[in-house]
Design a protein around this ligand. Structure first.
Ligand code: BJ8
Length: 424
């Protein structure tokens, strides 16, 4: 990293020995998976820089914000509305864990039969290795899956954890419940930050997040071209970084990337030959630095053209949030209405997710779908059964996978993914 951040990490209570081990391992992994790719867009240089500063520059910005009296909020789900956090003068950072490194630490406390995403995040906190977690004044969880719900109760013993009660279906009563939860969250944010969320501040913050969403949508749209102008690995990295980078800078840099991609599309230029097999990923989110699945798919000569996941298109479900001009209550309803179009497997029924996948197969001209669920994630593992059936009926090749963040799993997944790409 460009600057010596040791003093900053120590002030955050980071466990220096473990943290050093993690930071020393990352460059070689990144080099192997990312920097070795051919034909990357030049604008990816910004995201490479962000990764090189992964626990540096952005964390320093958070500390500067805190020094001025600002608050930082750690989140784990796209249902926790960033708009409200920014409207209260706070900063939201996504804390979902994608590193296997912290899983064994979590397993000293949590049961092993829990998904790797939860264990990785929890282990980062307990092991004191994530400066974003350390910088957070309040953790905001949600009642999506049982694993998360119950983990928040334990996490609260280590760091103040607030929980939003997300309904698991979408009736009118559930919508009312979610709107009332957004209102309750407004109260909590105002209490923690000491700021009032006015209609003007909320409109401004909603526009800010809409800007980030629009840039990501442009990126995903560019990938509909044949050949795709960007690898699935690079697109995933951009989505992962959107969870914690400054939203204004992120939108600007992603727009610059999209300018380059759109120019490539016009010239008919891509990262793979035009006849490379196009894969739609569907399933659980892939938090940074979990890059195994696209790395294996693209290592087999195919290209990931879209992700039906919360580190992909599901993140943008509902499009732009409307900004009604008649006060906070209507603005909250607009946020809820946009969010409730996010078809997470935690909802039942969830037919709209299947429709999303079928639509994406067409829009992105996919040759096959790889549905991946983290082990012990019941919602996605079970929903995979229906996804597989519907895709088979539609004549679309589909591969159902489950796994975790370990190297051993990557070995097994490699064999199955290579065989699948081979038969396409
Ligand atoms: S809206 S996908 S971000 S909950 S993988 S922790 S479901 S056991 S992540 Fe998610 Fe919000 Fe849904 Fe999106 Fe549980 Fe499954 Fe683990 Fe998961």
């Amino acid at each position: 990293m460009g600057e010596d951040y040791r003093a900053m990490w120590e002030s955050l209570g980071i466990s220096m020995k473990r943290h050093c081990a993690l930071m020393e391992a990352l460059p070689a992994i990144y080099e192997k998976i990312y920097l070795s790719q051919q034909g990357r867009p030049e604008a990816m240089g910004f995201y490479d820089f962000v990764v090189s500063e992964i626990h540096g520059l952005r964390v320093k910005e958070l500390i500067d914000h805190k020094d001025k009296g600002g608050k930082v909020f750690g989140t784990f789900c796209v249902y926790v509305p960033e708009e409200l956090i920014f409207a209260a003068g706070g900063i939201a950072v996504g804390l979902c864990g994608g590193a296997d490194f912290s899983v064994p630490t979590a397993e000293q406390i949590l049961p092993r039969n829990l998904c790797a995403l939860i264990k990785s995040a929890f282990g980062s906190k307990i092991g004191g290795i994530c400066p974003y977690f350390q910088a957070a004044d309040l953790i905001v969880g949600e009642t999506t899956c049982d694993g998360k719900k119950k983990t928040w109760e334990i996490l609260d013993e280590y760091v103040p954890t607030y929980v939003m009660d997300l309904p698991n279906s979408r009736s009118a009563a559930d919508r009312d419940l979610w709107i009332s939860e957004l209102k309750r969250f407004v109260g909590k944010l105002e209490e923690v930050t000491g700021n009032t969320i006015t209609p003007e501040k909320l409109a401004e913050a909603t526009a800010l997040i809409n800007g980030k969403r629009a840039a990501l949508q442009r990126l995903f749209d560019a990938r509909k071209a044949r050949p795709s102008p960007i690898s699935g690995l690079d697109a995933l990295l951009v989505a992962q970084i959107s969870f914690y980078d400054d939203p204004v800078r992120f939108a600007q840099k992603t727009d610059e990337l999209c300018d380059e991609l759109e120019a490539r599309v016009k010239r008919g230029e891509g990262v793979t030959p035009a006849d490379a097999k196009r894969i739609l990923y569907a399933g659980t989110p892939m938090p940074i630095p979990f890059w195994t699945i696209p790395s294996l798919i693209e290592g087999a000569g195919a290209v990931v053209v879209a992700e039906e996941s919360c580190t992909g298109s599901r993140l943008l479900a509902g499009g732009q949030t409307a900004i009604p001009g008649d006060g906070v209550a209507s603005q909250l309803a607009a946020i809820a209405d946009r969010q409730l179009q996010t078809n997470c497997a935690c909802f039942t029924p969830n037919d709209a997710r299947i429709e999303d996948i079928l639509r994406m197969v067409k829009d992105y001209e996919a040759d096959g779908v790889i549905h991946f669920s983290l082990s012990f994630c019941q919602p996605y593992n079970l929903e995979g059964v229906r996804v597989q059936k519907v895709l088979q009926e539609a004549g679309m090749p589909v591969l159902l996978l489950e796994g975790d963040y370990t190297e051993e799993q990557a070995g097994q997944l490699k064999t199955r993914i290579e065989a699948f790409v081979e038969i396409l």
